[in-house]
Each structure stands twice: as C-alpha cells, then as structure tokens.
Design a protein around this ligand. Structure first.
Ligand SMILES: Nc1ncnc2c1ncn2[C@@H]1O[C@H](COP(=O)(O)OP(=O)(O)OP(=O)(O)O)[C@@H](O)[C@H]1O
Ligand SMILES: [Mg+2]
Length: 246
C-alpha cells in the first residue's frame, strides 16, 4: 500500500452469489444434473464494484437498506468472503464481530465456548485462563457460565462474543449490528469500550441501522444501494442523503 496510514483498501470489489433456481431432492439428483450440465443458477451480484480506503484510527460507517450489501462488504474486508472480482488489501490484526454466534457451538456451555471461540481467534489456553475472569466480568454472565449457549438470549450471546473479540486490541474492529441486540446498559458499555479502542488508535468499521449511533461514532461513511456505492463522504453528508431516500 502506498499510503502507510491506509489500513483497508477495497478496489472495485464485486461479489457474485449463485442462487439455486430449482429444488433438488438429494446429492444423487444433484450429481446427475451436474454431469448432464443441467444445473442452472441465477447469478446475483451483492456488490457491484465498490471501492474505498480506510485510514488508521478512522471510525467508518456503512449505511444502506436491508440487502444493500453491508454485511457482504464487511465479510469481504474480514476475509470471510473472497471477491469475485477486484481486490481487498488489509494491514494489521482484524477482530470481526460479524455473525452472532459464528464460532460458537450452541450445545456447549458459555465456559466451553469462551475457550473454543478464543482458540478459533488464535489465543492459547494459557492466555484464555488469564483473561477468563475479565471476559466473564465484561459480559456480566457469571451465573450462566455452565448453561449451554442454546439457552441464552441473543443479547447474552452478543455479550460473550463482544467480550471475547475485544480482549486483545486489534488494529481493525469490524462490528455488524451487534450492538443493537444487547440491552441499553450493555450497549453503553460496548460503546465505552469501542471509544477506548478509538482513543488507542484502533480502526473501526461498523454497520448500524441506528443513524444516531453512526452520527455519534463515525467520522466518514459509505452509503450502499443494491450493491452500489451511492456516496462516500463525511458522515453527516452521507446520513443526509440516506435520510432523503426514505
Ligand atoms: N451466501 C449468500 N448467498 C446468496 N445470496 C446472499 C448470500 N449472502 C448475502 N446474499 C444476498 O446479498 C444481498 C446483500 O446481503 P447483505 O447481507 O450484505 O445485506 P445487508 O445490507 O447486510 O442487509 P441487512 O440490513 O438486512 O443486514 C442480499 O440480497 C442477500 O440476499
Ligand atoms: Mg447485514
């Protein structure tokens, strides 16, 4: 990357999904159709050529209606999805808070999931032993530690996910709507933690349907519509255009 302050560079990224057009009863029918070249897919472009640059220390918002491509853009930045066309370059350690419960096993207890998810995020058992109390305290779920996650509410899952993902300061924190499932008190706590991370120079990319939250936290934002970039500018400019579309 030319500019050393640029941590995320998305260059004309396009993402294509193949939507199955027919109902196929089983693997055998699928293979027969595959061999006969009778499988038809409908192409769907979730991102149609999006470019952006995010610099170190920025808090960058992504706005758009349902299905606009916000989560898809986050996933491609996090490296979960590969661009069909175009390029994504990132610098530094990324903590993605994208799909609630991804990396969790709902049959296991919270305690077990802290170790499982921590291992997925690359932490050692020793490190997790050291941080265990901090995670539990932040999530405020002491009494529920030995309850399987399937009996948790989505807000409780979000607490654990947020607490684990933020035990080490990443260079880039990616947050998809996760703040909206926690209750007001926990949202405030997460916001404070994010603000602390901001002060420490962590770059944050966030999706939220709360315009207030975006206005309060972000400096710049992008507005997506059907996989296209409508505008990328100072947050207030982008919000103005977003609100005019309602
Ligand atoms: N794995 C997938 N396979 C097929 N289509 C997908 C897949 N993931 C997303 N899509 C489609 O891509 C489009 C963009 O989805 P995306 O999840 O990025 O939207 P979004 O802006 O995050 O919406 P929301 O506000 O509802 O979270 C949608 O039309 C969605 O149906
Ligand atoms: Mg989404």
């Amino acid at each position: 990357m030319r500019n050393k302050d640029v941590l995320v560079k998305v260059e004309n990224v396009k993402i294509k999904f193949n939507l199955g057009k027919e109902n196929i009863a089983g693997i055998k029918e699928y293979l027969i159709k595959l061999i006969r070249k009778e499988l038809f897919f409908q192409e769907f472009w979730a991102l149609k050529g999006v470019s952006l640059e995010i610099r170190k220390g920025e808090v960058f918002g992504i706005l758009g209606f349902n299905g606009a491509g916000k989560s898809t853009l986050l996933k491609v930045i996090a490296g979960v999805l590969k661009p069909t066309e175009g390029k994504v370059i990132t610098k530094g350690k990324i903590a993605p808070l994208i799909e609630l419960g991804a990396g969790f096993d709902m049959e296991l207890t919270a305690r077990e999931n802290i170790y499982l998810n921590g291992a997925i995020l690359g932490h050692s058992k020793r490190f997790l032993d050291e941080k265990f109390n901090e995670i539990v305290e932040f999530a405020e779920l002491q009494e529920f530690l030995d309850v399987p996650l399937k009996n948790y509410s989505s807000g409780m899952v979000a607490r654990i996910a947020f607490a684990i993902a933020t035990i080490v300061d990443p260079d880039i924190l990616i947050v998809d709507e996760i703040l909206s499932v926690g209750d007001y008190k926990f949202q405030e706590k997460c916001k404070q933690k994010i603000e602390k991370m901001m002060k420490n120079g962590v770059t944050i990319i966030m999706v939220s349907h709360s315009i207030e939250q975006i206005k309060e936290m972000c400096t710049r934002a992008i507005l997506l519509d059907h996989g296209n970039k409508v505008i990328l500018d100072e947050v207030l400019e982008v919000v103005k255009i977003y609100e005019d579309r309602k």
